[in-house]
Design a protein around this ligand. Structure first.
Ligand SMILES: [Zn+2]
Length: 453
């Protein structure tokens, strides 16, 4: 099957189905099924993320799915922000209404208040990979917006503001590594007041661009200050023996990481996977029944590659199409002629081909490096080409990253929104750039806007 990426929306749906990523036929709105290939890719991405979190001092735990209404109500912004989206369960607990987690702050922090007693218990860094549930009012879309979403959330507690803000930088760094591994470029923004996480002092979010020019938010990092530790009583005894509220952060990445990989790298033949996210990195297509095929497979596995031989009865051409559609980064063809020359034919998913000696298969790591690098560079180029400055409201187009000055007023943000784009904030970690507001002409700072999903 051929796909046409020029009609991106249709292409995206077709590829999800043909590559065996999602099945959207499950009869509950916003709850598609992850098929084995799709879930295997998702787990590769999340295993990498979990490894990075653990290297940076986080521990994994698993908290319950249900909470009671009074837990949600403890932090007023939480209740306000999430109430319309909460799924309530038709059962009670001690006369309390039960809800399914829309996110896990209220659940985890209830326990944190018991676990954190002294400054010796800090910092506390815990993460979990779970599904959360929200009644989406907007149109749902597989991997982009659903009523069930799969994510990893990390929640940390610190003795000082300074230590918590260091953790914010560490969270941004971990997520940057994940997207760097995936060859996905993004911009990290400090969200404007009107767009921050309910209860956060400030929020940082990563936005990327998909091929249709719309932006997708692919990670968030929030500084909570003491906004949650006060109502949830996450207090610790300091060196003076006083019980004081702790400082908190939380951050998350969802299945949108997989959406970005599919959308950004895929082509008219289907999926294109960065090598570390591929459940199978090398597919061997044999044109002979020689025992040497098994030896080549064994050798590649011993080098640490995820490798499989396609010895199914399908025609060679069908095998090529099948594994190309699934995005397998490297195909190795072995026939009598190749074996006589003690070599194999290698074709990368991006079209690069070469003949490699069997004795030199230990050097194919450089082919993966080159391949991954080219995927990352192509997306970085795409973002650069689709980032522009606007000097007046009429210069704003729908699509890409547009930068201009903004005074911070909601009214001016509204005028920008009338142009079809939304202000996403200033770049995190960059010195603010002074610029006159695009809407009112008053003093302002440089911000970016996008046409979001
Ligand atoms: Zn203004």
């Amino acid at each position: 099957m051929q796909f046409s990426k020029s009609n991106f929306s249709e292409w995206f749906t077709d590829v999800l189905s043909e590559a065996g990523i999602m099945d959207i036929r499950y009869p509950v709105k916003g709850m598609p099924v992850y098929m084995p290939w799709g879930f295997a890719i998702l787990r590769k991405i999340f295993s990498y993320l979990e490894g990075q979190l653990e290297d940076a001092g986080h521990e994994q735990a698993l908290f319950p799915l249900l909470l009671t209404d009074n837990l949600l109500a403890k932090e007023s912004h939480m209740l306000e922000g999430f109430s319309p989206e909460v799924f309530w369960v038709d059962a009670e607990d001690d006369g309390r209404k039960l809800a399914i987690r829309p996110t896990s702050e209220t659940i985890m922090y209830t326990m944190y208040s018991l676990w954190v007693q002294s400054y010796k218990d800090l910092p506390l860094r815990i993460h979990q990979t779970v599904t959360c549930y929200r009644q989406e009012t907007k149109a749902t879309r597989p991997l982009i917006r659903g009523r069930e979403f799969y994510w990893n959330e990390a929640h940390t507690v610190h003795a000082t503001r300074e230590d918590a803000e260091k953790q914010i930088a560490a969270g941004v760094d971990i997520y940057s590594k994940v997207y760097n591994m995936l060859g996905i470029s993004f911009l990290p923004f400090v969200r404007p007041e009107f767009d921050k996480f309910p209860g956060a002092e400030y929020s940082i979010a990563f936005d990327t661009l998909l091929p249709d020019g719309k932006s997708l938010q692919i990670a968030t990092v929030h500084y909570l200050g003491t906004n949650f530790s006060k109502p949830y009583a996450i207090l610790y005894k300091n060196e003076k023996n006083e019980r004081v509220p702790a400082y908190q952060t939380c951050y998350g990445i969802s299945m949108r990481a997989l959406a970005a990989v599919v959308a950004v790298h895929g082509d008219d033949s289907g999926l294109v996977l960065p090598s570390k996210s591929a459940p199978i990195q090398i597919i061997i297509i044999p044109f002979t029944k020689s025992p040497e095929i098994g030896e080549i497979e064994f050798k590649l596995k011993s080098f640490g590659y995820r490798c499989r031989v396609d010895d199914s009865g399908r025609r060679a051409g069908d095998k090529f199409y099948h594994w190309e559609a699934k995005g397998v980064p490297m195909r190795i063809e072995v026939g009598e002629r190749e074996l006589k020359g003690n070599s194999v034919k290698i074709a990368m998913r991006n079209g690069e081909k070469q003949v490699v000696k069997i004795s030199e298969l230990d050097k194919i790591g450089s082919l993966f490096e080159k391949y991954d690098k080219s995927l990352g560079e192509a997306h970085a180029d795409f973002i650069e080409k689709n980032t522009y400055s606007a000097g007046s409201l009429s210069e704003i187009k729908k699509g890409g990253f547009v930068k201009f000055g903004w005074c911070g007023d909601d009214e001016c943000a509204g005028k920008v929104k009338e142009q079809g784009v939304e202000i996403r904030g200033e770049i995190y970690g960059k010195k603010p750039v002074k610029l006159k507001c695009i809407a009112c002409g008053k003093d302002g700072k440089e911000v970016y806007a996008v046409h979001p999903y």
